[in-house]
Design a protein. Structure first.
Length: 260
């Protein structure tokens, strides 16, 4: 899901959709500045700043990972006092005034941003925010629309790009998260006469649980090595080549066209 934030109506939509990120956690803040050489002064000057905030939060048992990118930033307060933690979001406050968008991410203004516009991107996963597993690597894709592809489709696509795999379906769980379509382990197939490394990844697919289309979650709880990274990359490649959507890779949320 992607959404531009440029008007007061957009801000109202953001607060309604996210419920103010209440109870969420800021996991990453990134400040980027674009500089240009000024011939008159003979030095580089800042011409534009952007602040990106990554937030994990839950709404009605659905875990969401959102990226809010604030463009043309004219004012920024980023301050953490000893003993304080603005990473826990009690609920944001917003304001649209004189063509500027203002965000307060905590009641004390320790994280405060004024910008001209913002962009909101998000993926949803079929479990609550209390489910915290130690992952070595993870890739999530949420399609804008469409139905969940079959495991045979994925296997055929990987075979075509030169990574034949086999599928080991997971045992059916008694309390399976809602929306799950199929899940199991994707393992690179051994080729006769070759003793190359074998990669294995956990794959889970789910139908629309929070609007939009289907989702695919690929993850590993152990070091994957070169073969595993290649398999991760190829799974992302074949999926994003066939479907338009938003990807989450590690701490980066990538919009359509950048998720490969």
């Amino acid at each position: 899901m992607t959404h531009k934030i440029t008007t007061a109506d957009d801000l109202r939509w953001l607060l309604t959709h996210t419920q103010g990120f209440r109870g969420g956690q800021i996991t990453d803040v990134h400040v980027a500045k674009r500089r240009m050489f000024d011939e008159e002064s003979g030095r580089d000057v800042t011409v534009e700043s952007m602040v990106t905030v990554l937030i994990r939060y839950s709404v009605r048992g659905v875990l969401r990972v959102a990226k809010l990118s604030m463009h043309a930033v004219s004012d920024l307060s980023l301050f953490e006092q000893d003993g304080g933690d603005w990473a826990i979001v009690g609920g944001i406050q917003v304001e649209f005034k004189e063509g500027k968008v203002r965000f307060w991410f905590d009641p004390h203004g320790d994280l405060y941003v004024v910008c001209e516009e913002a962009s909101f991107e998000e993926v949803s996963l079929p479990h609550g925010g209390t489910e915290r597993e130690e992952l070595v690597e993870q890739w999530v894709f949420q399609a804008d629309c469409g139905e969940v592809p079959s495991i045979n489709w994925l296997l055929n696509q990987l075979d075509q790009v030169g990574i034949p795999c086999v599928w080991r379906a997971a045992a059916r769980r008694e309390h399976r998260p809602r929306g799950i379509c199929w899940e199991g382990e994707l393992v690179t197939a051994s080729v006769q006469g070759c003793a190359g490394p074998v990669a294995a990844l956990d794959v889970q697919t789910y139908g629309p649980i929070d609007g939009g289309g289907f989702g695919i979650l690929v993850q590993s709880r152990r070091a994957v090595g070169r073969a595993g990274h290649r398999l991760f990359s190829m799974v992302a490649h074949v999926v994003t080549s066939a479907y338009r959507g938003t990807s989450l890779t590690g701490g980066a949320l990538l919009p359509p066209g950048e998720g490969r």
